[in-house]
Ligand binder design. Structure first.
Ligand code: HEM
Length: 218
């Protein structure tokens, strides 16, 4: 497929994968804002009337549904991101050594990368691990609060808040790289420029060409 400028486009994310990402991103942002309203003085006015507690719980259900939704809507996509995010090769290790170049937008000098670059692998695996910590500690705070000692309750809340802080810092990096590499189209339309992918994910493009495909089928 080509765009209006005649540039070749390849499919990076199917529509069902983009729906899962939208549920994950929107529920996370609601959790962050309603969570901050509960713990941070300047935003406490948002918690007035207690509505933010209800919204926090509704968004928590949305966030917890993400892995199940992914498995129901796009099992192969879910398996792919889970498998690839925890697997690093030699190129990935040397990619980390030159990561500062990537942060400056100098992709041409980076070691060749597969469908996910090493930074994306680290981001996605950290999202999976810290989301699990947030979900488990959140469920404890929701359902077992009355059974916990004050010390246990304080520790659970600290773990919950620290894991949320880690995901928030990761989100800042995630949005920064989305902006620097104008990657938003991959989640907005699903398609990305083949030229860009040859620079940033050359091993993935080679794989697709080897398979005779132009990306995953829609
Ligand atoms: C709200 C602003 C956000 C923007 C602009 C954004 C942007 C993007 C983009 C452009 C991609 C595709 C990157 C690529 O491979 O080319 C992506 C993927 C991804 N994002 Fe986000 N994202 C946002 C929020 C989040 C949040 C809050 C999380 C996690 C809590 C998250 C987790 C992920 C994950 C795990 C993937 C890989 C998806 C998959 O393989 O199915 N994103 N994001």
């Amino acid at each position: 497929m080509t765009d209006t400028n005649g540039d070749q486009q390849i499919l990076r994310y199917r529509s069902r994968q983009r729906i899962v990402h939208a549920v994950m991103a929107s529920s996370f942002l609601i959790l962050l804002i309603t969570g901050l309203a509960l713990v941070w003085g300047p935003l406490a006015f948002l918690a007035a009337g207690g509505w933010s507690r209800y919204l926090h719980r509704i968004a928590a259900v949305g966030f917890m549904s993400v892995p199940f939704l992914y498995l129901i809507l796009d099992r192969s996509g879910a398996k792919e991101v889970l498998g690839e995010s925890f697997k690093y090769d030699r190129d990935d290790v040397s990619w980390f050594r030159y990561m500062y170049r990537y942060a400056l937008g100098r992709t041409a000098e980076m070691p060749p990368q597969g469908r996910l670059n090493a930074g994306q692998k680290l981001h996605h695996s950290a999202v999976i691990v810290f989301s699990a910590v947030i979900v488990i500690s959140g469920l404890v705070l929701w359902f077992l609060k009355a059974d916990l000692s004050p010390t246990m309750l304080a520790w659970t809340a600290i773990i919950h808040d620290l894991a949320m802080l880690v995901l928030t810092l990761l989100l800042v990096g995630h949005v920064f790289f989305t902006y620097v590499y104008t990657a938003w189209s991959s989640m907005a339309t699903g398609y990305v420029s083949k030229d860009d992918m040859e620079m940033e994910h050359s091993k993935w493009v080679e794989e697709l060409e080897h398979e005779g495909a132009e990306g995953p089928s829609a």
